[in-house]
Design a protein. Structure first.
Length: 182
């Protein structure tokens, strides 16, 4: 009887220990990274990187997006016009306001949307021409948050504007190039 109680108590202690070290497959140290505050901090740090620089891309994007951009680059080799990858300032080619202090990228909101997913609402303003809203779709991969896609919000001033994912735009570009090369 004493041996049974001892083994039961030992099993209970072992279970408590294992549970404290793991939480749904996450290390105890990772749980601090799965909060809106940490995601906000991570996105603010990510904003310091240049997303079109080869050295910075792995610091920002998941392997899925990195592979997609690699396929875009391959498709661009024979394309008459290139593809504009993600940029913190949206998909614009020009600068509107001469005063660079008025051109601002800001993080508006962060939400944890799943066990390893989050969203970060962003805005780029370059008055009076641009006011672009977009959402970073983030994935906790390994031990850090990375951009897994970007949701470009429709422009309410444009009648035919729709929400579109960066991955959809890139896949569409790749498909167009395949069709034009046939």
């Amino acid at each position: 009887m004493k041996a049974t109680r001892f083994f039961a108590a030992a099993a209970l202690c072992l279970a408590a220990f294992v549970y404290s070290c793991k939480n749904n497959g996450q290390n105890a140290q990772d749980t601090g990274k799965l909060t809106p505050d940490y995601v906000k901090q991570r996105v603010e740090n990510m904003m310091k990187y240049n997303p079109i620089m080869a050295a910075d891309m792995p610091k920002l994007f998941t392997a899925r997006i990195l592979d997609l951009y690699k396929r875009v680059k391959e498709a661009e080799e024979n394309a008459p016009a290139g593809y504009m990858d993600f940029s913190w300032t949206g998909k614009v080619f020009d600068v509107c306001c001469e005063d660079s202090t008025k051109r601002v990228v800001s993080l508006k909101d962060v939400r944890i949307t799943g066990e390893r997913t989050a969203e970060a609402d962003m805005n780029y303003v370059d008055p009076p021409c641009y006011n672009i809203d977009y959402t970073l779709l983030l994935l906790f991969d390994g031990d850090e948050w990375y951009i897994d896609d970007i949701l470009w919000k429709r422009n309410p001033e444009l009648e035919d504007s729709v929400d579109v994912l960066e991955s959809q735009e890139a896949e569409g570009f790749i498909e167009e190039q395949k069709e034009s090369n046939q």
